[in-house]
Design a protein around this ligand. Structure first.
Ligand code: IMP
Length: 428
């Protein structure tokens, strides 16, 4: 089973960072396939907490190689800052980090455009991270983007940046009255990171092809989650990349025939950051408690996350869209002490129950969730490592979730630390 894709099953923040860090112990390579520094993967060990935005969550294992794939959009300043931060904590990156020469670059004008559209335009506000993700992917698809490989050729880079600068200057000025920094300052900023980035740049699909040929174990790391996927999520309230499992193939150059396993990471309840429909959202004391106990604040922006009950419609959809073989359930301990726990099994809209995901955002935004209720447990489950030691009601809850989504849980997380995990099956 050399290649496994790890995908978020909800609206991101399922705890993928911890899980990938843990699974990386038995892997050789961790390769991130989409998104940018909008992601925030939190990893805790040795009583310390680290938040990664761009660099794959295997970096804390000294003998693992980490790849930033072609499907990622890279902000050079954010990348170099993250690299320095890791090096300052004693993590060696030399020979361990590979950045795809085909990855697109996020430029400062992408951030300006992202924030401008969020605050000024007639479009619905998405609640983006403001990091320029959407405009950067838009340029990529429009074939106007600047790629990491362009850093190798100063003349070509200058020409490409000049065309972009001229175009964006006009657009941003007329739409938002924003004055862009001068062309030379943008070029100088880019050039200041050039040497550092090029030291780590590689044709990563060739590297991955060779690793696969050698039978090495590769974890493909997804960012965000299924419901934020630009094609399959709650459009338009999504991110601008394919966070679902298929994104691993296009975002890394790994052929679909080489993917052996897909694992879905899913939280025992649901959260969402930013705007958009969220059928099981709670605006009562239960929601407040999930947010407080679960420390539900964005790892990238610090925004409080909206909280709600587990949504089996979302989970079933994620299993189907991603072809999930097994699930990893996180944050079960956050439900300790709830008298009753609810799970949404369908959406009721205009008298009809939707057991599957509707495409129309109006249905999701205005539906009434159909709930199944479970008795909670009063015992503390934090740090439990043995499934048999879970309270009976917790076991019943987990087993019922598994039935509802027709997929087994191979791992259950009972706290943020590596050790706070029930491992029922190993990956490789
Ligand atoms: P963008 O990716 O910054 O364009 O934001 C689009 C939507 O995705 C917004 O609702 C963000 O809050 C959400 N989003 C982006 N990255 C993450 C993440 O890593 N976790 C959760 N939500 C995210």
């Amino acid at each position: 089973m050399p290649v496994a894709v790890i995908v978020g099953m909800q609206w991101g923040d399922e705890g993928k960072g911890k899980i990938i860090d843990l699974l990386a112990e038995n892997a050789d390579v961790v390769a991130r396939y989409q998104g940018g520094h909008n992601a925030g993967h939190t990893i805790c060990f040795n009583e310390k907490q680290f938040v990664l935005h761009l660099i794959p969550s295997g970096i804390f294992h000294e003998d693992k190689l980490c790849v930033i794939g072609n499907g990622v959009v890279v902000d050079p300043q954010a990348l170099v800052a993250e690299m320095h931060q890791l090096e300052e904590t004693g993590i060696n990156l030399q020979g361990r980090l590979l950045i795809s020469d085909r990855a697109n670059i996020i430029m400062p004008y992408h951030g300006t455009s992202d924030k401008g559209r969020e605050s000024e335009s007639g479009f619905q506000k998405i609640g983006t991270t403001g990091r320029g993700i959407g405009p950067s992917y838009a340029d990529k698809i429009a074939r106007a983007g600047i790629r990491i490989c362009d850093l190798r050729d100063e003349a070509y880079l200058t020409e490409r940046l000049r065309a972009n600068h001229d175009e964006k200057q006009k657009i941003l000025k007329s739409l938002y009255g924003t004055e862009l920094p001068g062309f030379n300052s943008l070029l100088d900023e880019l050039m200041s990171h050039r040497e550092t980035i090029l030291k780590y740049t590689a044709d990563t699909h060739i590297f991955l092809r060779d690793q696969i040929a050698q039978g090495k174990h590769i974890l493909c790391e997804g960012a965000q989650g299924t419901m934020l996927d630009v094609d399959h999520g709650t459009y338009p309230f999504v991110t601008s990349s394919n966070s679902t499992a298929g994104g691993a193939c296009t975002g890394l150059g790994i052929p679909p025939t080489k993917v052996d396993r897909v694992l879905g990471v899913i939280k025992a309840y649901t959260t969402r950051v930013g705007e958009g429909p969220f059928p099981t959202e709670l605006s009562d004391a239960d929601g407040e408690r999930l947010g407080k106990v679960g420390h539900e604040f964005g790892a990238t922006t610090g925004r409080p996350r909206r909280c709600g009950w587990f949504d089996a419609v979302v989970a079933r959809y994620g299993v189907h869209i991603n072809g999930v073989d097994a699930l990893i359930l996180t944050k079960v301990d956050v439900l300790d002490g709830f008298k009753t726990i609810k799970v949404c099994t369908g959406y009721k809209y205009k008298g009809k129950v939707f057991p599957d995901m509707p495409a129309d955002p109006g249905v999701m935004a205005n539906c009434e969730p159909v709930y199944a209720e479970f008795d909670g447990w009063s015992e503390n489950t934090v740090g439990i490592q043995d499934h048999d030691k879970l309270p009976q009601n917790a076991k019943d809850y987990i087993s019922r979730l598994s039935d509802l989504v027709e997929t087994p849980f191979m791992m259950i997380s009972t706290g943020p630390d590596r050790e706070q995990t029930i491992q029922r099956e190993s990956l490789f």
